[in-house]
Design a protein around this ligand. Sequence first.
Ligand SMILES: Nc1ncnc2c1ncn2[C@@H]1O[C@H](COP(=O)(O)OP(=O)(O)OP(=O)(O)O)[C@@H](O)[C@H]1O
Ligand SMILES: [Mg+2]
Length: 185
Amino acid sequence: MDTREALQDIINTVDRLERWTGALLAYLHPLKPNPATARLQQIVAGALMPLQQKLRERSVQIEQPQWNGHDDSMSTDEHLLEQALYNLLLNAIEASPPNATIEMRAEFSSEAVTLLIADRGPGMPFTPDPRSISPGPTTKRFGTGLGIPFSFKVCEALDGDLNFSARAGGGSLIRLHLPRHYFAH
Ligand SMILES: Nc1ncnc2c1ncn2[C@@H]1O[C@H](COP(=O)(O)OP(=O)(O)OP(=O)(O)O)[C@@H](O)[C@H]1O
Ligand SMILES: [Mg+2]
């Protein structure tokens, strides 16, 4: 990577952090989504951008959904959704063994989009509870245990849902189901 690219990376990350801080502050207040037209592919790309270094360090690959031939436009709060995805993808990367591939799939209907994240880690050590408002258990030295509660909160605010299950053959399967058009209420 040359200096110019590295610099651009830093600028992009700072921009993103600024947006995240805003969304995080919004989270501390009752979460109020700001819907706009967005493309799911762009939102996923935004969530993955700050994870590139981590993916390289661990030699973990992400297999992105098949975007071609699908209308991935939706009306949602892209900044909130990006942060929720970032947390879930970060968890999947941290759970993955070296050289593993995390598979992402997207399913589209006229009313909804479903995003699946499947890893080959050890599987969830507990059953995440969407009603729990306090931080969940963490197995990480510097973990906050806030990644999953935050993701639940975002999904709920966007009128979607999030669930975790055991993946056939080992690992976790995360399913995020969202309306294609969020209507403020
Ligand atoms: N995909 C996964 N596979 C296996 N275990 C997972 C996965 N995702 C989360 N976990 C477990 O759930 C715990 C809680 O996750 P959460 O994202 O809420 O907090 P954290 O990752 O520990 O901390 P932080 O998100 O602040 O880094 C993790 O410590 C880990 O043990
Ligand atoms: Mg986490």
